[in-house]
Design a protein around this ligand. Structure first.
Ligand code: ATP
Length: 252
């Protein structure tokens, strides 16, 4: 078996007297997509926050490509090849799609970067090529000159993906990348995320669209009340009685 790119070991997170996550262990390998599912409040976003370095776990460790990054900041983890998208949009609405991606490309470079220093991103030819390729990769090449605020919801989510890919990550964490998008855009995003996985990136994805997760994921981790209820192939977890109990009354 190849070494895990993202590895969480015995992760626990306690806050305000509540045990939000308890002894969660998971691995994601290169070119693998792990779907993270679970009922509302199960701890999925908390887990993504811990893996990405937004939150520090109370117990347990996080490794990235073999390096212990448990005490490393989100920024440091990003430099080491971990990228993520957020549940809420992190776009600059007053900039075009191309400019948003340009900022992400610049931010992923070695030069110190602040989006607040200049009103418009500096133009560099190599970044320009990267922008085109990224917009193409997420199927919105024709929208490069459109202001982010004028994009459809589905195209905004694609733009967020392009920005998350700007650093050429080896690991990608996606927190509900398809939240609120149309059925047509769900199909488009599913295809794009599948291609990202097939290009060798380790992808961990929280997603409520169950048919998407079960269709796309190589393995699925099911969280319930902060604990890992089951991990396995989509088929195995959907047939797991404990998982069915956790989802009682919901379609699985
Ligand atoms: N900073 C915090 N302080 C206290 N409780 C928190 C904090 N963050 C999350 N929680 C609680 O932890 C639990 C898990 O939240 P989390 O958002 O991780 O769940 P989730 O599985 O992502 O839920 P959803 O599917 O609704 O997005 C919830 O009960 C939530 O209220």
């Amino acid at each position: 078996m190849t070494a895990a790119v993202i590895s969480g070991r015995a992760i626990g997170w306690r806050v305000g007297g509540a045990q939000i996550l308890d002894d969660v262990t998971l691995d994601v390998g290169a070119g693998e997509l792990l779907g993270i599912i679970g009922p509302n409040g199960a701890g999925k976003s908390s887990l993504v926050n811990i893996l990405s370095g937004v939150t520090r776990p109370t117990t347990g460790t996080v490794h990235l490509a073999g390096d212990d990054v448990t005490r490393r900041s989100a920024t440091r983890r990003a430099r080491l090849g971990l990228s993520r998208s957020f549940q809420t949009s992190a776009l600059f609405d007053g900039l075009t799609a191309g400019e948003n991606v340009h900022l992400a490309v610049q931010a992923s470079g070695s030069a110190p970067f602040s989006p607040f220093r200049t009103a418009r991103p500096r133009r560099t030819p190599d970044a320009g090529e990267g922008v085109e390729a990224l917009l193409h990769r997420v199927r919105i090449r024709g929208r490069g000159a459109t202001l982010a605020r004028d994009l459809s919801h589905g195209d905004r989510r694609k733009l967020e993906l392009a920005m998350a890919l700007a650093s050429n990550p080896k690991a990608l964490l996606l927190d509900e990348p398809m939240a609120g998008v149309s059925a047509e855009d769900v199909d488009g995003l599913t295809e794009i995320i599948g291609e990202v996985r097939d290009s060798g990136v380790a992808v961990a994805m929280v997603e409520h669209h169950m048919h998407v997760v079960l269709g796309l994921a190589d393995r699925v981790a099911v969280l319930h009340h902060g604990q890992l209820l089951a991990t396995g192939s989509p088929r195995a977890v959907t047939h797991d009685e404990r998982v069915q109990q956790a989802y009682l009354g919901e379609a699985l």
